[in-house]
Each structure stands twice: as C-alpha cells, then as structure tokens.
Design a protein around this ligand. Structure first.
Ligand SMILES: *Cc1c(COP(=O)(O)O)cnc(C)c1O
Length: 453
C-alpha cells in the first residue's frame, strides 16, 4: 500500500475520547502539593484556582478515556484533523532509508497545537457559568489560542504576556485583541506579585513563571474568574492526546508502526499528547518504540535539571509540582529566541523520563534554526522555532539511519507555524544569533532556590 503525502482522517475517524496516559503508568506522577502545608492539594483547594471539571481531570490517574464533549468535537472539526505528512522530500534530500512522518498542528489561526486544550478549558469554564479566565503567555501562542476559544464561547479572556515577547511580537498581541482578549505586559503594576517582582528587579524582561503568578492573582481577586494554563498540567496533556490519537489512527490505516517518536518539550504538552497512545502501548508491553524529548540547550530542564518538588511560578503562589526543574527563578539568556523557556516540565513526562521510558536531548539554537531553514526549503512549511527542535533531532536520527542503513519509521511533532517568529529568523539570517548555554554555576544558583520539604 503506497502511503500518500498526507494522510487525512474522515470526520467519523476522529477521536471521540481523550486518552489519559496516567491510567497505564505504574509509577503515577507525584501529586501537587500545597506550598503552605506541604500536603497534597485537595480538590477543594484546587477548585479555588481552576474550573471544577478540569480539577477532576487533573487529579484522575485511573480513568483511561474521557469522552470529548460534542461542543468541543464541533470546534475541533473546524481545524482538525491535522494532516499527518510523509516527508518524502526530506527523505530524498537526506538520502536516508528512514521513513519520516510529521503531524502538523500549525494549520489554525492561532498557529499551534495549543488550541486543542484552549477550547477544552474554555468549554469547562463556560459550562461552570464563569465570566472569564486569566492566563499567562510566553511567546504568545497560548494566549492567542485561548482568546480564540474564549471569543467562540463568549468568555472574557485576560492575558499576561511576558514583557520581552509583548515588545518583540506586537502582531501576536494584535491577534489576541482581534479575538477580544485584553493583554497586559508582565511583570506589571496591576498585581501585588508583579509590583514586588518589579521592585526587586526593575529591568526584568519577564518570564513565564512570573506571568503565571500574576495571572493566578488576577483570577483569585475577581469573582467569576478562574486561571487556566496552556501546558505542564496533567489535564493539558489529556486534551493534547487528540494529536497522538489522530496520528495513531492514520498510521494504523497503513499498518505503520513508529520506531521513534520525537517532539520538542517546553512544558511537555505537545510531546505528551503526541506520544500518549504509543507510550500507552509501550507501558503495557505491546511495543518497544523509542521516544525523544528535545529541549533548548539554553533551558535544559530534563537534561540538566533535577527531579524534585518545585514551584510552578516565580512568585511562588502556585502549588508545588514534582518535576524536572532548573529552579523557579531560572530565566534563559535574553538572546534565546526559540521558545520552550519554562523552567520545569510536565510531571507525567518527568516521571516517564525518570523511569527510563523517555529519552531527552538538548540542542543549541543555531543548529535549530539551520534545521528550520533546511526544512522550510525542502518541505515548504515555515516551522515555529519550537517545532524546529524536533526537526533537528528528526534530521539527526534520519542521518544515523543513512549510516546504519536502517529503514526506521520516525514520527515527529511539527507543532506550529513560524510566521510570528520572523524577528528570530532575521537574527539568524543576519548572523546575530548566538548559542547560549548556562554554566554549571548559574544552574546551581537557581537550583539553590528549590523549596526544602
Ligand atoms: C507552546 C509551544 C510549544 C511548547 O509547549 P509544550 O507544552 O512543550 O508543547 C511547542 N511548539 C509550539 C509551536 C508552541 O506554541
């Protein structure tokens, strides 16, 4: 059976339920802890910050499938299924016997996979009768996705955007405003935690951890609002399983078994979603597929961090999560342009990595942009810099296959479009991009701030 360039699914082949990978994990991800008491966060405590149904999903380690509400499936139909592409041109150019596939999530106006969870989180907020939601955004993709989902459902959306991105990416901001969201550069003087961070560090360009603190405070101080987060949390990986489920259905149509699945890892949501059903098979002893998380050398949470309880945010208002972390005060060097700048990692992926089911590697940003440009020229898609981390590793693995002659099936996640990152591409083309790798001393300093339990 010849595999087409793009394998699309019909509407009735699309997933009707999300898959909860935790149900098949022997070692469950560790519970979130209340930073004040050191005890696991109760449902009631979490419901002060998050929507109720999402709290249920967050805490549920045993239910393998959650049926996707019809309203969410209707929204998914507007931009899903996303294409699964056989990268024939890339294979040819690399002269590799490997078969390379990628799942492209950049074909919606928000430009990335984040819409898959944004619509789910907005739906449950609406169903609970809330007025609106608050959130943070780093590079802007999550804020954009959430503002699209909120405008569709008629919810207010307040976004705290990391200041350096707010300034460097004015177009991102305008898309969010087009969808009716209000956007505040973070740290700001609109919250107590923002004012404290500004006082301690007036020139800070902001960080995700800091914007999270502000968004949580904003949710807690307005009745009818809850906070939503675009990555890291178990519920987000649950929603993102739609990526992997679609990919698996498409590959199964052609009886293709992936040998290697690769994804970029910021907070871990796209990778966790892409690998979910395949990792489930591995955990159940049904496959020996390999999985690789690719992270920037300038923010190497898995490859150089420690597995410990840490704060999810800089302001230390969020619950503690046990994860691979660089310390909640860690901020990547300002010349880092490739996204994926969160100090921690999804507790699910952290546990899988710790237990040896997932591999990780760090790549430097010039090599990432070289891969991005190469891919754009060969496959005709301008990738997001984040996605290009996965491209880098996929190309490297395909080149290994050229050496060994193995015809491996490689699947990688192409998480988004690069249209909003042309300033980064410009710096790359002008030769102004440098690699920045934190020193051991820098990492030790930020790890010194880990909470002692
Ligand atoms: C946010 C984002 C990522 C990284 O987030 P994860 O939660 O690790 O998936 C990767 N690619 C794109 C395009 C993104 O917008």
């Amino acid at each position: 059976m010849d595999v087409p360039y793009k394998i699309y699914l019909s509407e009735d082949q699309m997933p009707r339920a999300w898959y909860n990978l935790r149900a098949d994990m022997k070692n469950k991800p560790a519970p979130l802890l209340n930073p004040a008491t050191g005890k696991p966060m109760t449902k009631q405590e979490l419901c002060g910050v998050f929507c109720e149904e999402l709290v249920e999903q967050e805490l549920n380690d045993s239910t393998p499938y959650y049926s996707i509400p019809q309203a969410i499936r209707d929204f998914y139909r507007m931009y899903r299924p996303s294409p699964l592409v056989r990268a024939y041109c890339l294979e040819e150019k690399l002269q590799t016997p490997a078969h390379i596939y990628y799942k492209y999530e950049g074909n919606n106006s928000s430009g990335s996979h984040k819409l898959n969870s944004a619509i789910a989180q907005a739906y449950y907020a609406k169903a609970q009768g809330l007025k609106g939601v608050t959130t943070e955004t780093g590079a802007g993709q999550w804020g954009t996705a959430l503002s699209m989902a909120c405008s569709y459902l008629g919810l207010d959306c307040q976004v705290y955007m990391v200041k350096v991105s707010y300034e460097q990416k004015p177009f991102r901001r305008e898309i969010m405003r087009t969808f009716g969201a209000s956007v505040t550069p973070s740290p700001s003087d609109t919250t107590q935690v923002g004012r404290a961070i500004l006082e301690a560090n007036p020139d800070t360009t902001g960080s995700l951890g800091c914007a999270i603190s502000e968004a949580v405070e904003a949710a807690l101080s307005q009745p009818g609002y809850r906070y939503v987060l675009g990555s890291v949390l178990n519920q987000v990986l649950l929603h993102q399983s739609v990526i992997g489920l679609e990919a698996k259905t498409a590959l199964d149509l052609y009886r293709i078994k992936p040998d290697l699945i690769i994804g970029c890892a910021g907070g871990g949501s796209n990778l966790g979603g892409l690998i979910a059903p395949f990792m489930g098979e591995k955990l159940r002893g049904e496959s020996d597929c390999r999985f690789i998380a690719v992270e920037p050398a300038s923010c190497p949470s898995l490859t150089r961090g420690v597995f410990a309880y840490d704060f999810a945010d800089t302001g230390r208002v969020c619950p503690l999560a046990r994860m691979y972390t660089l310390g909640s005060g860690f901020i990547p060097a300002p010349n880092h342009a490739g996204g994926l700048r969160y100090h921690g990692m999804s507790p699910i992926l952290s546990q899988l990595y710790h237990d040896g089911y997932l591999e990780a590697r760090a790549v430097e940003q010039r090599a990432v942009f070289q891969a991005a440009e190469y891919f754009a020229r060969v496959e005709g898609i301008l990738p997001a810099p984040e996605s290009a981390h996965a491209i880098r590793a996929a190309i490297d693995e395909a080149l290994v296959c050229r050496q060994t002659g193995e015809a491996k099936n490689i699947l990688f996640g192409l998480t988004g479009t690069g249209y909003f990152d042309m300033v980064a591409y410009q710096r790359f083309h002008d030769g102004e991009m440098t690699d920045s790798v934190p020193s051991d001393e820098e990492l030790a300093a930020s790890l010194a701030s880990l909470p002692r339990l």
